[in-house]
Design a binder for this molecule. Structure first.
Ligand code: KIV
Ligand code: ZN
Length: 516
């Protein structure tokens, strides 16, 4: 018997980016989209085009890059949003507009201040207009979980008639229990049978996002919206890796379903997103958490040694977690070994990226004895997601600290010039950032600063993430990687500055980000 394909709609780049502190720059989004394509995601929600010129730009670039997944752009049910969404994906091979409006009584009355008839009119207009840009239109009934089922049917009839082929029923506030989602999905999929695909988008406020998505599949949903590592607004969205591995591992229950996901790309995808956002999955997170495959208790270890299946229902290999101790890199490793190792970790680099990553690896290997897989992942990701280098750090000298005035001397290269400046600050980091501001002439406001050690040991790489707003414009993320935390911090700040400069013109056209 042929199996039904469950479409995997990934919204890491849109709902995932709404996680506090998870903003990504354009290069980072392009790398993530390329990885999602390798993972086999059917639909990549690349962003909300009307939010800002930066979001539009990222969706447009992703549309040019991705070939095998549908690129989707989100739009509120209003002409300006739909137009931006349509234009942002114009160059995509496979494209979809996803438009939405709230359908629950509480949202219609207090947020939209519209009656149900007005909501239907707006939804129909948005879908009809979206169809002038693309064939594939998805309509979402925001807060479907708390909407009246009669109204869901009425609005679905109207938008299907207007040209929507997917009806998404988000549990926007993560309120529903599995049996309730199952009942809603069953009623809606029986009602729309043959006219539209029913999709779900479950938030995780009660920790039920994945359970609700699985229940929805059993009851007729053929698309699930989810994110890598369960990122997303508030408590996040249903985690892609958990849904996919539950379907695979319990294929005895989900006998009639399959996905197009290459599960061996799950772990590389998870690591890429954790490295870029600086948000690590909790250690006990299912499938991709650090402890997901480690056995602590003696009884468990003994059992696993005798037969892995005593305590392991999933193999690490099946998600692409390959502990490769056969090839440990160090300062004598050559380019071929380096390339080979990266391939094992799931990276395929073009020649330029390989050369610059190898150069950075050599510098690191001179200072760090053991180079772990996570070091390599961080180093290569950092190299691949760099914006055009307007400013480049040459050297940093610090004077401090206890009792004295924290001060920094910074040497930076801009085109063919080397500029040296010195400055003081409230603390060392403040002195470094202020001195960089003096060189660039841009006034940066630091909104967030995070430092995370990439691997183990006193000589671990520090991965610094900063969020900086230059000249009061929307904040930009920068990453810096170095054994020395201060150097990593300076690099992160300059990285944010370079990203800002690469999009400065566009920011000026429409500087304020629209939040959903
Ligand atoms: O949670 C939600 O309702 C959403 C919609 C925009 C689909 O993210
Ligand atoms: Zn959502």
């Amino acid at each position: 018997m042929s199996k039904d394909t469950i479409k995997i709609f990934d919204t890491t780049l849109r709902d995932g980016e709404q996680s506090p502190g998870a903003s990504m720059n354009t290069e980072e989004k392009i790398q993530i989209a390329a990885q999602l394509e390798r993972l086999g995601v059917d639909i990549i929600e690349a962003g909300f085009a009307a939010a800002s010129p930066g979001d539009f730009d990222a969706i447009e670039k992703i549309s040019q890059r991705v070939k095998n997944s549908t690129v989707c752009s989100l739009a509120r049910a209003m002409d300006s949003d739909v137009k931006a969404a349509g234009e942002s994906i114009a160059k995509a091979r496979l494209k979809r507009i996803h438009t939405f409006i709230a359908t629950s009584p509480i949202h219609m009355e207090y947020k939209l201040k519209m009656n149900p008839d007005e909501v239907i009119k707006r939804a129909v207009r948005a879908v009809e207009y979206a169809r002038t840009f693309v064939e594939d239109v998805e309509f979402s009934c925001e807060d479907a979980g708390r909407s009246d089922i009669g109204f869901l049917k009425e609005i679905s009839d109207a938008v299907i008639e207007a040209g929507a082929s997917t009806i998404n029923l988000p549990d926007t506030v993560g309120f529903r229990l599995p049996f309730e989602i199952g009942a809603m999905v069953k009623e809606m999929s029986d009602y729309t049978k043959g006219r539209a695909i029913i999709s779900v988008h479950n938030h995780n406020d009660l920790g039920l996002g994945v359970a609700n998505s699985l229940e929805a599949i059993i009851h007729g949903a053929r698309q699930v919206e989810c994110t890598i590592n369960g990122l997303g607004e508030r408590a996040g969205n249903a985690a892609l890796e958990e849904i996919v591995m539950a379907l695979k591992t319990r294929s005895d229950v989900f006998t009639n379903f399959k996905t197009n996901i290459n599960t061996k790309e799950i772990y590389p995808s998870s690591r890429l997103i954790a490295t870029i956002t600086g948000i690590e999955p909790q250690p006990n997170k299912a499938i991709v958490g650090k402890n997901a495959f480690s056995h602590e208790s003696g009884i468990h270890q003994d059992g696993v040694l005798k037969n892995k299946e005593t305590y392991e229902i999933i193999t690490p290999e099946s998600i692409g977690l390959i502990k490769d101790d056969t090839l440990v890199l160090g300062k004598h490793s050559g380019r071929a070994a380096f390339k080979d190792k990266l391939a094992k970790l799931g990276f395929t680099l073009n020649n330029d990226a390989l050369n610059s990553s190898f150069e950075r690896f050599k510098i690191l290997a001179d200072r760090k004895k053991e180079i772990y897989d996570d070091d390599l992942r961080a180093l290569v990701t950092n190299e691949m997601t760099k914006a055009t280098q307007v400013y480049e750090l040459i050297s940093l000298q610090l004077m401090d600290c206890s009792g004295g005035v924290p001060s920094a001397a910074v040497k930076i290269k801009k085109e063919n010039d080397e500029i040296i400046e010195a400055g003081i600050g409230e603390g060392t980091i403040d002195a470094v950032f202020k001195t960089i501001d003096r060189i660039s002439g841009y006034n940066g406001k630091l909104e967030d600063y995070k430092v995370k050690s990439v691997s183990e040991g006193k000589d671990a790489l520090a991965n610094v993430t900063v969020k900086v707003s230059f000249n009061d414009e929307p904040a930009i993320i920068g990453h810096g990687l170095n054994i020395d935390t201060m150097l990593a911090s300076a690099r992160a700040y300059i990285g944010a500055l370079n990203s800002y400069l690469s999009m400065e013109g566009k920011l000026k056209e429409r500087p304020h980000k629209v939040m959903l």
